[in-house]
Design a protein around this ligand. Structure first.
Ligand code: FMN
Length: 506
């Protein structure tokens, strides 16, 4: 079910008891973040702050605060359903390479109807303000040492100056003045490439920033799609209905017709950069102030009754864990196109996405884990992953405790670590250089003889038929006992259990 407005999504949450309306006067400066952070860490509800202490509009927070809400936001019961559909769709695409397959997406059956549709008018332009003042927006200051207020859930829309292809990215924006924003698009991101393109051509760069509307569009701004795939096409796929766009009033960029707000302006690419930050980031640390381009805002349009969406960025877990989880599930089938041996992938919250990725593979030749490690370090935004740990396919990488046990047991640190230099996330404060540093690959698979392994022991597992009988007995002996958490380990190779024949005792 596609949402025609953020309000429609909030109505659904309210109907399900997942939204709390806040009548109290709460300040966007520090206070809203403190409440929403607590809710995000406890799987609490979404909030609609109806009386912000500053700014003229209500604020919605923690919209994506649970797996269930994020699934609903993506018009699904569970976002794993989308992953399955995407996997099936990609299998039908004829071209061999991953990128070719992605470029094919608009041509594939269902997706053809999902391409963004241009319309002549939209709710996002019901009110047009050509003398805008960003201070009317209830923009949050999250942490005490933040450099100022930051817009944290934007869809930043730019166009490649050469190809005209649209990009939509989620990059935080610092409010520097009534009509000025600092644009925190990082070095490796698509909008940065667009900015470089306009600068080279000596042209100013049009930018539109959409806020709100169907939350699927907000999610898509955070999704690591390749530069030549339109995020609003992907949003159309997720919501099962084309995204409707209207022409921006000042920039001419196509903007979502159903957004709550659209901020439009131009970056003077010949102008000096401006100081951005510090900002309490999703690493849990403050990112230091740095220099970024400034946007001169020339118009703000909005609905008659808009809602301003925001999120807390800070020490994990925060709300973005669910945006990240959706990305992990939705992008797994895409990764499996180039690495068919990959069975599953997990990005535990402690790794804040770019610091740690766990992968299980169906290993069929010596050195395969290292092949996957090197391959992923060359694949899109995965290239910035600092630590990759690869397991055999009988390890459930979603269970971090099980994965840690297997990794510590299976690794010979002299033989199984790949230590390399390469691009790291801009936010990696430990790296010796900006965006460049050390990376670690860990081969935690069973080692074959060709890889220097000796005879490899099996994991201890109770015989399944014994477990079934004893579980029934346990239920009688300990009524109401919780279901056991059992590691996802394949039973021993022998189909049925036979008693040991003396072994070491003889
Ligand atoms: C809440 C949130 C805030 C983010 N803030 C930034 C940011 O300030 N700068 C940035 O470059 N990426 C940020 N990201 C990550 C990007 O949105 C993500 O890498 C996205 O895929 C970039 O899109 P692109 O590939 O079109 O550049 C943020 C993600 C989330 C979920």
């Amino acid at each position: 079910m596609a949402y025609r407005s953020l309000r429609e999504f909030l109505d659904r949450l309210e109907g399900a008891g997942e939204l709390v309306r806040v009548k109290d006067r709460v300040d966007p400066v520090l206070e809203m973040a403190a409440i929403a952070d607590r809710a995000a860490k406890q799987g609490g509800p979404a909030f609609l702050f109806e009386n912000p202490a500053s700014g003229a509009f209500p604020v919605a927070m923690n919209l994506f605060g649970t797996r269930r809400r994020t699934s609903w936001a993506l018009s699904s019961d569970d976002f794993e359903d989308h992953a399955r559909e995407l996997g099936a769709l990609l299998k039908t695409a004829p071209p061999q390479s991953f990128w070719d397959k992605l470029k094919m997406l608009p041509k594939l059956g269902k997706l053809a109807a999902m391409a963004p549709k241009h319309v002549s008018s939209g709710a996002s332009q019901e009110v047009v303000d050509r003398e805008p003042d960003l201070r009317k927006l209830p923009v949050l200051t999250t942490w005490p040492h933040d450099g100022g207020p930051f817009v944290t859930l934007p869809q930043v829309i730019t166009r490649d100056p050469e190809t005209g292809i649209r990009n939509v990215g989620m990059y935080r924006l610092q409010v520097l003045g009534p009509r000025r924003l600092a644009m925190h698009w990082q070095l490796h991101k698509t909008a940065t490439a667009h900015y470089r393109g306009y600068r080279k051509r000596g042209e100013r760069m049009p930018v539109a920033i959409a806020l709100g509307g169907d939350p699927a569009l907000t999610y898509c701004a955070s999704a690591p799609l390749p530069p030549n795939v339109d995020e609003y096409l992907f949003a159309g796929f997720l919501r099962g209905e084309a995204v409707r766009t209207v022409k921006g009033v000042a920039t001419g960029l196509d903007v979502p017709a159903d957004a709550d707000f659209v901020i439009e302006g131009f970056v003077d690419t010949a102008a000096p950069l401006v100081r951005e930050g510090p900002f309490g980031d999703h690493t849990g640390f403050y990112s230091l102030a740095d220099d970024y381009p400034a946007l001169d805002v020339v118009a703000v349009t909005h609905r008659r009754d808009p809602i301003y969406p925001a999120t807390v960025v800070g020490p994990p877990p925060v709300e973005d864990q669910w945006l990240g989880k959706a990305t992990e599930r939705l992008f797994l089938p895409m990764l499996q196109l180039i690495f068919p041996e990959i069975v599953d992938m997990a990005m535990p919250v402690e790794g804040v996405f770019h610091n740690l990725c766990l992968l299980s593979i169906k290993k069929e030749h010596p050195g395969q884990a290292k092949k996957v490690i090197h391959g992923l370090w060359g694949s899109g935004q995965m290239a910035q992953t600092k630590t990759l740990v690869v397991f055999d396919d009988d390890v459930d990488v979603q269970d971090v405790s099980q994965a840690a046990w297997r990794a510590f047991a299976n690794v010979d640190v002299k033989r199984d670590l790949v230590v390399a230099d390469g691009p790291v996330d801009v936010l990696d404060h430990a790296a010796g250089h900006f965006a460049f540093g050390g990376k670690l690959g860990v081969d935690a698979t069973r080692k074959w003889r060709e890889e220097g392994g000796r005879e490899w022991p099996e994991v201890c597992v109770h015989p399944p038929e014994v477990v079934a009988r004893m579980d029934a007995l346990y239920a009688r002996l300990v009524p109401g006992a919780p279901e056991p958490r059992r590691p996802n380990i394949a039973p021993p190779k022998a189909a049925s259990w036979t008693p040991p024949q003396g072994g070491n005792l003889q």
